[in-house]
Design a binder for this molecule. Sequence first.
Ligand code: HEC
Length: 199
Amino acid sequence: MRRMTWLAPVAALTLAACSGGDAASEADMAAANPCAANPCAANPCAGMDLPVDAIRQGDRELSDHGMSWDELAARGAELWNDKSLSGTGATSCSTCHSGDGTAMMNASFAEPYPHPVDMAKDRAGLETVTAAEMVQLCMAIPMAAEPLDYASAELAALTAQVQNLQGSFDASKAGGMNPCAANPCAANPCAANPCGADR
Ligand code: HEC
């Protein structure tokens, strides 16, 4: 039941993020707003199947698996393009985070971890995330896959890649990404959810 309380903030934030002004009333905004038809906002499954306990890092530490930082980051850069990590086998991190690897990332990425990220708050109820948690969130939501094992070399490597990207990230070039335009729910695990079939 607790998870159901996420739905209201998601809808409210989606409207707020996309309305961009002081429209006359919420009803008018909803009518005019392309986000009103957002499957993410309307979907009763939103957030319900997220394995938040597996995403949360807590006191779990990443092992370097005997690799140097450069080796870990190089492995992470390879995995960035690895479609087999996704639930469908058709998506890699670089599908969305293309170019230098930071496409679709918002200005929040420039802040030292842990920091707040809209997707983490809206979809998993996490107030702040670590770099590893952000990898896990993108695994679970846009990649539509299981979060990685916290003891895995894959998670350590992808986290190193994220930290490397962060070091060269120019926040002034951040997309100011409209959560509706490039909605992470485009690859929503709910699409294949039994609840989705009823729609
Ligand atoms: C279908 C698109 C999509 C895919 C695939 C994807 N992401 Fe993301 N990712 C997003 C979106 C959208 C955001 C912006 C979230 C926000 O700011 O609320 C984001 C943000 C991030 C951020 C920055 C968050 C911050 O601190 O501000 C990291 C790091 C990240 N993703 C890592 C990954 C990794 C690692 C993978 C592959 C395992 C991946 N992403 C795959 C859509 C995607």
